[in-house]
Design a protein around this ligand. Structure first.
Ligand SMILES: [Zn+2]
Length: 370
């Protein structure tokens, strides 16, 4: 398989279980009305959703040959430009508010419009990105729409964390889990489909921790790998600095991260899929999330390095100095810091202020032992 353009079937990488469930149910005409595509940020949910959309909109007569990836339906689906595809997200609904209107009201209107009769195919597909970021109130409105019988409408819900969904929504969904891909498989894919040189493909897949979306994002935008390295180097430097320097660097890190987040968000395979970066606040949040991901990767690698397994730490190849620094850090403190970073990341997703979140992390970033 070289170009992949006109081969039939799913084009995304790995995910054998989710792929089999989707294709078998579709071929047997037993696809549920609501699909839930879930998995961690950067796992490649966007590429998998492209496959699902092609499967649903393909006009190939033999159902078993769908998606054919050659017909108009497949092409429009993959471009996310099919006339019967409606795309929404909590961030989009927030932006679409008119004065005095609530997000819930916009979501209700959007759901009503998405339930209209199909124009060009058998059904309309309502795709909701980041459904797990919707408030409980909005989720209740969505639940009502899911319960409303409509044989000519399907839903694809996309979520990083399905535990944030109402159990009543989860129970109505056919779940398709997107997870990490074995490293060898990811390396092979990067070489064949992204034309990444073999050495780089190995480094990128380690850096992305098996997350296909993240790895592809790195491959397509080498500047992001460079930015990540600079950010991690700055964080290493701050291990030796006091609070004043640490707080001062927060603004620079966010400013640089914001420039990084803007182009990245256009690619659906990005580490922070689907979130709106069109507003300055949204861009800062994305920047802070990217920084925290780089920070988490660095902190985990420092623990691994401190345990004398630098070969297991992907950043050591990029930041040779990290090994020596790791020896001067307290492992228990690092572990507590990682737990804190994970909570801060959660808070950011839930709307915490980016600057403040970064400052809280700076307070607990360990100091080097002499
Ligand atoms: Zn087709």
């Amino acid at each position: 398989m070289t170009s992949g353009q006109h081969d039939s079937g799913f084009l995304s990488l790995g995910q054998a279980t989710a792929r089999t469930i989707a294709l078998r149910s579709a071929a047997a005409g037993r696809l549920q009305r609501t699909l839930l595509v879930h998995g961690p940020a950067g796992a490649g949910k966007g590429a998998f959703v492209d496959d699902l959309l092609a499967l649903l909109f393909c006009t190939e007569a033999r159902v078993a040959d769908r998606p054919c990836n050659a017909c108009r339906g497949c092409r429009d689906a993959r471009a996310r430009a099919h006339p019967d595809l409606v795309i929404g997200s909590p961030e989009g609904w927030r932006e679409d508010r008119s004065t005095g209107e609530s997000i819930v009201a916009v979501a209700r209107r959007w759901l009503l419009e998405s339930a209209g009769a199909p124009i060009a195919s058998e059904r309309r597909v309502a795709l909701i990105d980041g459904v797990d970021r919707a408030s409980e109130q909005t989720q209740n409105v969505l639940l009502k729409a899911l319960e409303e019988p409509n044989g000519r409408q399907m839903f694809i819900l996309v979520a990083n964390d399905p535990s944030r969904l109402l159990p009543t929504i989860r129970s109505r969904c056919q779940a398709l889990r997107i997870g990490a891909v074995p490293r060898a498989e990811l390396v092979e894919w990067l070489i064949a489909h992204e034309r990444v040189p073999a050495d780089d493909a190995d480094a990128l897949s380690r850096l992305a921790e098996g997350m296909a979306g993240t790895a592809i994002g790195f491959a397509r935008e080498p500047a992001r790998v460079e930015w990540r390295r600079r950010t991690q180097r700055e964080l290493l430097t701050l291990l030796e600095r006091g609070l004043a320097d640490r707080f001062a660097s927060v603004r620079d890190l966010i400013d640089e991260g914001t420039r990084q987040a803007a182009p990245a968000a256009e690619s659906r395979d990005d580490a922070v899929e689907g979130e709106a970066v069109r507003t300055p606040a949204g861009a800062q949040r994305q920047a802070a999330l990217l920084i925290l991901d780089a920070w988490l990767g660095l902190a985990r690698d420092l623990i691994v390095s401190a345990a004398d397994r630098p070969d297991m730490a992907p950043t050591t190849a990029l930041l040779p100095e990290s090994g020596a620094l790791a020896a001067r850090l307290d492992a228990a403190q690092l572990r507590r810091f990682i737990a804190l970073l994970e909570r801060i990341r959660e808070g950011l997703v839930q709307n915490a202020a980016p600057r403040l979140a970064m400052e809280v992390a700076m307070l607990s970033w360990p100091r080097l032992n002499p």
